[in-house]
Design a binder for this molecule. Sequence first.
Ligand code: PDD
Length: 284
Amino acid sequence: MARIVYLNGEWLEESKAQVSVFDRGFLFADAIYEVTAVIGGKLIDYAGHAARLKRSLGSLGIPMPVEEEALLSLHREILTRNGMTDGLIYLQVTRGAEDRDFLFSADLQPTFVMFTQAKSVLDNPRWKTGISVVSRPDGRWANRHIKTVQLLYSTLAKMEAKKAGADDVFLVEDGLVTEASSANAHIVTKDGVLVTRALSNALLHGITRGSILDLAARAGLAVEERSFSIEEAKAAAEVFITSASAFVMPVISIDGVTIGSGAPGPVSQKLLQIYIEERLATAI
Ligand code: PDD
């Protein structure tokens, strides 16, 4: 069944939703995006995604395409229009369309697109097996805290990881892990400390990352926000990644080196369980 897509104030069948070839999102990757999970018709961690959307747009000087209240209504309406109860809502805002020029006009109307991807977010078979990653130099741009659509390097690195027989990639800068291709990276040391890179321009400020740190601290887990090396990750008791689509995904091998017992560890599994319980309870 064709999806109903939201485009600049209109609800359109997916094949009818078209964006100009002069759109700066297309020509310059001058755009930002968000991905929000939906379970049982409810939005997971919505407040965080809405706040980051505002932040990312502010960083690029793109105006908010709709008011905050209208944004929530659109999230609800796209679910009803598509009869979707479980899956992801993807939204993208570009600076807008005008004749190609590195300089852009101040009064450009942003392009605003939303679409749904139906899938059972809670039925993820990889949570039981964990995933493998390979490490690669982080060749992305210098402002990774803004959720821009400049994903070329990330997609190429993930494609290469797949070719090498792994599921994802750990991006490394100066020997230190920044992130996975589209998720934040975390380790649990042999002393049971959850270590995750501190926030900076080097990484996306993951909404799931923030939630997990909060829930971990509340569950009595020691948490340290600092960088860790790829070597430290390989020697850790557990490694996992977090994102709005995979929640908490255990990593069981890095560059062919087995992590811990080679199976999803107790801390990752516990955090996944707590995240699902807590965030379903606060889903809107
Ligand atoms: N990606 N780091 C990067 C580079 C990401 O692209 C993402 C999310 C994250 C995790 O952020 P959050 O917890 O807010 O989803 C970290 C989304 C899911 C995507 O591109 O599909």
